[in-house]
Design a protein around this ligand. Structure first.
Ligand SMILES: Cc1ncc(COP(=O)(O)O)c(C=O)c1O
Length: 402
């Protein structure tokens, strides 16, 4: 099909031309004396993205899943108790990994569409007088349902209970797109991947570990080899890696971090919020519901849109792809067929999103969803025109369906 594929899955996201060009390099010796001049600033700039001064970042060839494994295996021992909130496919998979690694996982289940249950986490922590829980696992932005959790609230729950458990956060579809504060929220380990807000191809798992997580590593007995922080640290300090890094990805990372810092993180967050508000205005105009139950948990990086019960979400996605060259995200596991997702994360602007909304509208009508032609596009346009005319950011949830 001529023209570009409209890639609106919630990762991989669009890779900006600037990043593509930066990655188009001849291979080089990753042990040369000039290599550290590429690597050392990456760690410094990544710390700005995680909003940390005391944390240490690790860049692994891999993906977000590898980042989860690095976080758990570098800090915990077999049989250690962890508390995990499960409210979507990614929080399910991280919970499952913790169980398969031999951890004793206390699972707090919530309905898919709800956020991590902060009150029940607080209760579980308060009930744990012996402080057996060693870590709390939270997915900050559940990509499967388009739900953002209150990670700052989980930190407050830990503090209120005076509980020493480590706080581990999956920021895979959040960090670099929506507010995340490693130091302020006293997050001990945070994970992301290259193919989301960092606007890179898939291929890197990035972890930031705070001082308590690094110290926990001294006692941690889970087996780790490829992801061992202790193998990385002495090499990273010199600007190298203990094994062959994904060199073009590192050039891409240098460029994508530069782009995020040039735009300014707060502006990046505001742009994501503004774009998400337009998508939510479209969903409302279509007369459809988001999977996310409450406006305060609406994700600014992905919207999961419920289709009517007589329509298969997969049909909308297939038609969008085959007829209109638009890639939408599928419903995963429990919500398979019940929804489709629009990723609005990374290198994106209003007009690109209008294309996706228009394509989704056409595909929905083709699949038998009774939406009025042009209704979602018009609502998003008006939302963004208003935002452009006003110096104030559009209020959180202003176009949200209660
Ligand atoms: C929130 C979240 N966590 C973890 C993952 C897993 O990351 P990866 O597919 O890069 O291993 C994803 C992937 O989409 C995700 O959205």
């Amino acid at each position: 099909m001529p023209g570009r594929n409209f890639l609106f899955v919630p990762g991989p996201t669009n890779v900006p031309d600037r990043v593509l060009r930066a990655m188009h390099v001849a291979m080089e010796d990753h042990r040369s004396s000039s290599f550290p001049s590429l690597i050392k600033p990456l760690f410094d700039n990544l710390k700005k993205i995680f909003k940390t001064q005391s944390g240490r970042c690790f860049i692994f060839p891999g993906s977000g899943t590898g980042g989860w494994e690095a976080a758990l295996t570098n800090t915990l021992s077999p049989g250690d108790k962890v508390l995990s909130a499960r409210f979507g496919q990614f929080s399910h998979l991280w919970t499952d990994m913790a169980q398969r690694l031999g951890l004793d996982v206390q699972v707090l289940d919530a309905e898919w569409g709800e956020a991590a249950p902060v009150e029940r986490i607080a209760e579980a922590l308060a009930a744990d007088a012996q402080h057996r829980i060693r870590a709390v696992l939270i997915v900050h932005n559940e990509t499967a349902t388009g739900v953002k959790s209150d990670t700052a609230g989980v930190r407050r729950a830990l503090d209120d209970a005076r509980h020493p458990a480590l706080l581990f956060v999956d920021g895979v579809s959040a960090i670099g797109a929506i507010d995340f504060r490693m130091d302020e929220w006293k997050v001990d380990c945070a994970v992301t991947g290259s193919q989301k807000a960092l606007m890179l191809p898939p291929g890197l798992g990035i972890v930031c570990a705070g001082p308590r997580a690094l110290a926990a590593g001294e006692q941690a007995k889970l087996k780790r080899v490829f992801f061992n922080f202790q193998d990385q640290i002495p090499q990273n300090d010199l600007g190298y890696f203990p094994y062959t890094p994904a060199v073009p990805m590192l050039y891409g990372l240098r460029e994508s971090l530069a782009m995020l810092l040039e735009e300014g993180l707060e502006n990046v967050f505001a742009r994501h919020h503004r774009l998400a508000e337009g998508v939510r205005a479209a969903v409302k105009a279509w007369g459809l519901e988001l999977c996310a139950r409450s406006p305060k948990t609406y994700s600014d990086t992905v919207s999961a849109i419920m289709v009517p019960p007589d329509v298969k979400g997969q049909d909308v996605i297939d038609i969008a792809y085959r007829r209109y060259n638009l890639s939408l995200g599928a419903g995963l596991a429990k919500v398979s067929g019940k929804l489709f997702r629009i990723g609005h994360m990374g290198d994106l602007n209003e007009l690109m999103l209008l294309g996706a909304l228009g394509g989704a509208e056409m595909a929905m009508r083709d699949a038998g969803v009774a939406v009025v032609a042009g209704s979602g596009v018009a609502a998003a346009e008006e939302c963004w025109r208003q935002a452009a005319a006003s110096p104030q950011p559009v209020a959180m949830g202003a176009h949200a369906k209660a």
